[in-house]
Design a protein around this ligand. Structure first.
Ligand code: NAD
Ligand code: AHE
Ligand code: ZN
Length: 369
């Protein structure tokens, strides 16, 4: 079938809106009509060429929502008409990781997903007869996409897709990082580096956990108003300090914070986030994705003296099991998604959405088909 899509033909170039060919779903696969998708910084990161797994030409996008159109052989958990959110972290419930009870990092489709193909090693997308790669198992920048059954969370059909698409990545990751990875407790102090959707979601999660002080840090002071509205208590622009930012945070707090979160993808800031954690027990969670070949470093003494360095993918959330509940929270008003949506644009204007992100103007732009 034909599908409108925004295709990344080359790294560093704008997406092109074209009509691509989409093959029917094969065994264990599902054809989904995407109605809405947002852009996450990771899409921009891959488009930039800095992602070691980045492949071109590709259909990017991994923060979407849609409706099942057709299912392949053997698919039992969804049927045509079901409303779904594609998952870049699958949940097969059968692999060693799923069964461990220790992680959300299912491996059922991860190897082929990283190679930009479906589990059988082939692609369902092509343009003018030439294959296009899939992205993160989702490819939500195509109106019709093919996704593995294990990569779909079935959600309440009455959920507003233009909002709950955000649960496909950023909001879920930030909130999950607080509850599942850091396990923030009432009264704990928190520092959040980077106040995009991920950082704001960490603040929202920290408020849910009844954290005490929530220090919001960004080099763009325009981000502070939203962080304040979300519940942050302190605001720090590293540019206002002539000392390392970790030193400034330690001085503000005495011994550092109980939990810090890096929501940028900058290895220098990752170090600062670790080093502003409390001596003896402070922990730092890496959420940001750093570019190809980059490494983190710190003095081992920082860990010897009790700090812990953690990381999270999709906030530790098991998508098929837990995402439907988060959708219900969004529908009941318990989880407010409105503050994240700063812009709405049709697919044809998706490159403007990337510009808005790079210019620091947007939190999330929701694209509709
Ligand atoms: P974003 O671009 O919307 O937000 C980043 C924020 O960081 C901006 O407000 C920017 O002003 C600020 N910033 C940049 N450099 C800074 C610095 N040196 N000091 C302080 N602030 C600085 O991005 P986003 O969509 O919120 O994503 C954030 C990061 O999280 C990205 O690296 C993305 O790839 C990653 N991510 C990871 C996961 C995961 O599962 N681990 C999920 C989603 C996104
Ligand atoms: N492709 C990169 C890694 C990118 C990465 O770390 N991705 C995060 C999700 S970012 C969502 O916006 C993640 O969940 N990673 C775990 C996984 O299995 O991909 C690289 O370095 O190769
Ligand atoms: Zn993302």
């Amino acid at each position: 079938m034909k599908s409108r899509a925004a295709v990344a033909f080359e790294a560093g170039k704008p997406l092109q809106i074209v009509e691509i060919d989409v093959e029917p779903p094969r065994r264990g696969e599902v054809l989904v009509k995407i109605t809405h998708t947002a852009l996450c910084h990771t899409d921009a990161f891959t488009l930039s060429g800095a992602d070691p797994e980045g492949l071109f030409p590709v259909v990017l996008g991994h923060e979407g929502a849609g409706v099942v159109v057709e299912v392949g052989e053997g698919v039992t958990s969804v049927k045509p008409g079901d409303h779904v959110i594609p998952l870049y972290t699958a949940e097969c419930r059968e692999c060693e990781f799923c069964k461990s009870g220790k992680t959300n990092l299912c491996v059922a489709v991860r190897a082929t997903q990283g190679k930009g193909v479906m589990p059988d090693g082939s692609t369902r997308f092509s343009y003018e007869g030439k294959p296009l790669y899939h992205y993160m198992g989702c490819s939500t920048f195509s109106e019709y996409t093919v996704v593995a059954e294990v990569s779909l969370a079935k959600i309440n059909p009455d959920a507003p897709a233009e909002k709950v698409c955000l649960l496909g990545c950023g909001v879920t990751t930030g909130i999950g990082a607080v509850h599942n990875t850091a396990k923030v407790q009432a009264g704990d102090s928190v520092a959040v580096f980077g106040l995009g959707a991920l950082g704001l979601a960490v603040i929202q999660g920290a408020v849910q956990a009844k954290a005490g002080r929530i220090i919001a840090i960004d080099t763009n002071p325009a981000k502070f108003d939203k962080a304040r509205a979300m519940g942050a208590t302190d605001f720090v622009n590293p540019k206002d300090h002539d000392k390392p930012i970790q030193q400034a945070i330690v001085e503000m707090t005495g011994w550092g914070v109980d939990h810090s979160f890096e929501c940028i993808g900058n290895v220098e800031v990752m170090r600062a986030a670790l080093e502003c954690a409390h001596r003896g027990w402070g922990q730092s969670v890496i959420i940001g994705v750093a570019g190809a070949g980059q490494e983190i470093s710190t003095r081992p003494f920082q860990l010897v003296t009790g700090r812990r360095w953690l990381g999270t993918a999709f906030g530790g959330v098991k998508g098929r099991t837990q995402l439907p509940g988060m959708v219900e929270q969004a529908m009941s008003g318990e989880l407010d998604l409105d503050p994240y949506i700063t812009h709405t644009l049709p697919l044809e204007r998706i490159n403007e959405a990337f510009d808005l992100m790079h210019d620091g103007e947007s939190i999330r732009t929701v694209i509709h088909y």
